[in-house]
Design a protein around this ligand. Structure first.
Ligand SMILES: O=c1ccn([C@@H]2O[C@H](COP(=O)(O)O)[C@@H](O)[C@H]2O)c(=O)[nH]1
Length: 237
């Protein structure tokens, strides 16, 4: 699954007015909008209304991680919001992933709406090898990502989040139909910031990413529309 326009912009702000203004400015350029913890904890589901008016697919990136019963209950509520994509942490384990995926589909079916794609975060793109080992991950980051991707796929997730550096390993493990959502995207002209495992938009797309999650290179630019335009030009879009 590769979207015609794979760029989802991360609207990482607490301010509804800023998020809505950015969403409107970029609506003709990007393929979707990502709302994360920063925005959702400040504004709740009410904060989605104005952003939804752009008509773009919404990606609600809550990275759920708790016991299966709790995550399944949260996923039921997320599925009622009508978002296209949502996330949980693969390291929550097989039972948690399965419970959440089943709950999301069941809840959406009861509403008569499409379920969100359930996407499992593997190893955060802000972790390098040393930081991954410090939290107890074994072997190379690529091996850990591949292991968690297998666990996610075997337990009903629709795809995973990985960095651009692990795309080939996950494709080999999970095949062409598993959705790969890829942050850690940095154009050559942008700052890396806290991201550790990065490639450019074109490199990530060419390696097989389905969705490119891009935040600050666009949103922190002096002119976000110009920055988005540069990225689209690099992607040949
Ligand atoms: O491993 C992960 C999982 C999620 N993210 C999210 O993606 C964006 C990236 O924003 P940038 O400003 O382009 O760094 C952000 O919302 C993260 O929460 C991630 O970076 N890595």
């Amino acid at each position: 699954m590769t979207a015609a326009n794979p760029v989802f912009v991360a609207l990482d702000t607490t301010e509804p007015d800023s998020a809505t203004a950015l969403a409107r400015t970029l609506a003709g350029q990007v393929g979707g909008l990502k709302i994360g913890l920063e925005y959702f904890t400040a504004n709740g589901s009410h904060g989605l209304s104005a952003i939804r008016e752009t008509g773009l697919p919404l990606f609600l990136d809550l990275k759920l991680h708790d016991i299966p019963n709790t995550v399944a209950a949260a996923m039921r509520s997320v599925a009622r919001l009508g978002v296209s994509i949502t996330t949980l942490h693969a390291s929550g384990g097989a039972e948690m992933i399965r419970a959440a995926a089943d709950a999301g589909r069941d809840s959406a079916a009861k509403q008569g709406i499409a379920p969100p794609k359930v996407i499992a975060v593997t190893v955060l793109t802000s972790l390098d090898q040393a930081a991954a080992e410090a939290v107890g991950f074994c072997g190379s980051v690529a091996d850990q990502v591949r292991r968690l991707a297998r666990l996610a796929q075997d337990n009903g997730a629709d795809g995973i989040v990985c960095s651009p550096l692990e795309i080939a390993a996950v494709r080999a493990e999970c095949g062409p139909d598993f959705t790969l959502v890829v942050p850690g995207i940095r154009p050559a002209w942008s700052e890396t910031g806290d991201q550790k495992r990065v490639l450019t938009p074109a490199e990530a797309r060419d390696r097989g990413a389905d969705i490119l999650v891009i935040g600050r290179p666009i949103t922190a630019a002096a002119d976000p529309a110009i920055a988005a335009g540069r990225i689209l030009a690099e992607l040949g879009l």
